[in-house]
Ligand binder design. Structure first.
Ligand code: SAH
Ligand code: SF4
Ligand code: F3S
Length: 439
């Protein structure tokens, strides 16, 4: 059958789509990149905010009108089974039931797999299925690979639906991950990003020596991998050991993505975030003092229930203090099943949320411009990730996006001299290609 995938949401979902595509290809199906030639459409959904969920519903509506067969996987599948059926979904697969995609596409199961989810304890990856990663055919990039190492979340932030859509934390055995990285290194990959909802919780459920720090130590021997990244970290789970491992290894990203969510202790407490503003700032100070050139990324939720002007000011001042190189700002969206949606009313008016988002973006833009301008005249090491508007682009090891003139293939290492900076992209001139950044 000809199958078209539409993927929403985070990198975990992108990786899940790659795995499902691979399973289908191995079973003789074809993945098409053009909707008009598809027999079946799989929508891999995100439920993090109302807006993401609604995207899935409207797409189902449009596809059903065209008479297409539509399957739904991903986070919405876990929380809105009835809605999805009512809207005409032909099958629904939960986040830990990816392996059933072939049967689902072939119409062999009359679903609802979601009902069985709580019984499925194993994290589903292609390696669990075949025992080998011989085929890396369906990965989106041929040079930079997503590798999930832990799924699920035990944190239960009061606003967040993820613990309900991904279940409790389940880590992949380290040997299994190392095998995958080896295959990637042997197949020409030079960047690997380890993924998890809380990537720094990796191994806690395994009761052995498994941890993110230990994994990074062990995979570091694969010298073809020029850069290792990890996403997303929960601030209070970052250990001194992890900071040390990064500090001592120049092929590990200097960027720590540490979502703060708010700068107000009152709000952090009501969000059930397990750190205070002061602890968060101290963590960043520690990272910066130990890891040369470290940069910080973050996420902020604006307009959480009860967020006063004063609370928002605290967030604003946190953002000014931290100086993020990347910041995702989202308006609070009540999510079914969550504690916040049951206990608190969504009492910050939309107009106020919008105004606070605009204020925060403006401040963040000014900070970014200043930080980016400091790079002018400097030469930076970039791994090329693609082309846009006639320019090649790639990222520095501290996660800054740089554009330059020149036709360089994806995955190549280049040196670029920075000439011009904006609050968004940074522009430079190609100095030349480099075989290896770290010898
Ligand atoms: N595990 C990560 C985040 C995963 S969800 C962490 O702990 O930070 C990705 C981001 O979506 C979150 O960082 C948060 O900023 C945003 N988000 C999650 N639930 C939300 C909600 N109900 N409303 C608005 N934004 C939300
Ligand atoms: Fe959601 Fe919190 Fe878990 Fe992040 S740590 S996925 S925000 S519950
Ligand atoms: Fe969305 Fe699920 Fe990822 S809710 S952000 S796709 S874990």
């Amino acid at each position: 059958m000809k199958v078209f995938f539409k993927t929403y949401g985070c990198q975990m979902n992108i990786r899940d789509s790659e795995i499902m595509e691979e399973l289908l290809v191995r079973s003789g199906h074809e993945i098409v990149r053009n909707l008009s030639s598809a027999d079946v459409v799989v929508i891999n959904t995100c439920a993090v905010r109302g807006k993401s969920e609604n995207k899935a519903y409207s797409l189902i509506g449009r596809l059903k009108k065209r008479g297409l067969r539509v399957g739904v996987t991903g986070c919405v599948a876990e929380i809105a089974l009835k809605d999805l059926k009512r809207r005409g979904a032909d099958f629904v697969l939960g986040t830990r039931a990816l392996t059933s995609i072939v049967d689902a596409i072939e119409g062999k199961v009359d679903f609802d797999m979601s009902d069985h989810l709580s019984d499925i304890k194993e994290i589903v990856t292609a390696s669990n299925i075949s025992g080998t990663y011989e085929s890396v055919t369906m990965r989106t990039s041929k040079r930079h690979a997503w590798v999930n190492i832990i799924a699920g979340c035990n944190k239960f932030c009061t606003y967040c639906v993820v613990p309900y859509t991904r279940g409790r934390e389940v880590s992949r055995p380290m040997a299994n991950v190392i095998e995958e990285v080896k295959l990637l290194a042997d197949s020409g990959y030079n960047q690997v990003t380890f993924l998890g909802q809380n990537v720094d919780s990796y191994g806690k459920d395994l009761k052995d020596e498994t941890s993110l720090a230990e994994l990074l130590r062990r995979v570091y021997k694969f010298e073809n991998i020029e850069r290792f990244w990890f996403l997303t970290s929960y601030p209070s789970d970052i250990t001194d050991e992890l900071i040390e491992v990064v500090a001592e290894r120049p092929r590990i990203s200097r960027n720590f993505h540490l979502p703060a969510q708010s700068g107000s202790n009152t709000i952090l407490n009501r969000m059930n975030r397990q750190y205070t503003r002061e602890e968060y700032i101290e963590l960043i100070r520690k990272i910066r003092s130990k890891v040369e050139g470290a940069t910080i990324g973050g996420d902020i939720i604006v307009g959480f229930p009860g967020e006063s002007d004063e609370d928002f000011e605290q967030t604003l001042s946190l953002v000014k203090e931290v100086k993020y190189v990347r910041l995702n700002i989202a308006p609070y969206s009540p999510r079914q099943r969550t504690v916040a949606s049951r206990l608190y009313s969504d009492d910050v008016p939309t107009a106020v949320k919008k105004k606070r988002m605009a204020t925060l973006s403006k401040v963040q833009h000014a900070i970014l411009l200043e930080m980016n301008e400091k790079l002018i005249g400097k030469s930076v090491n970039i791994i090329v990730e693609g082309k846009k508007d006639g320019k090649s682009y790639g990222r520095t090891i501290d996660n800054r996006m740089v554009f330059f003139e020149g036709d360089v293939p994806e995955g190549e290492n280049v040196k670029v001299k920075i000439q011009h900076a904006t609050a968004g992209p940074i522009y430079g001139e190609l100095l030349g290609r480099v075989l290896k950044f770290v010898k």
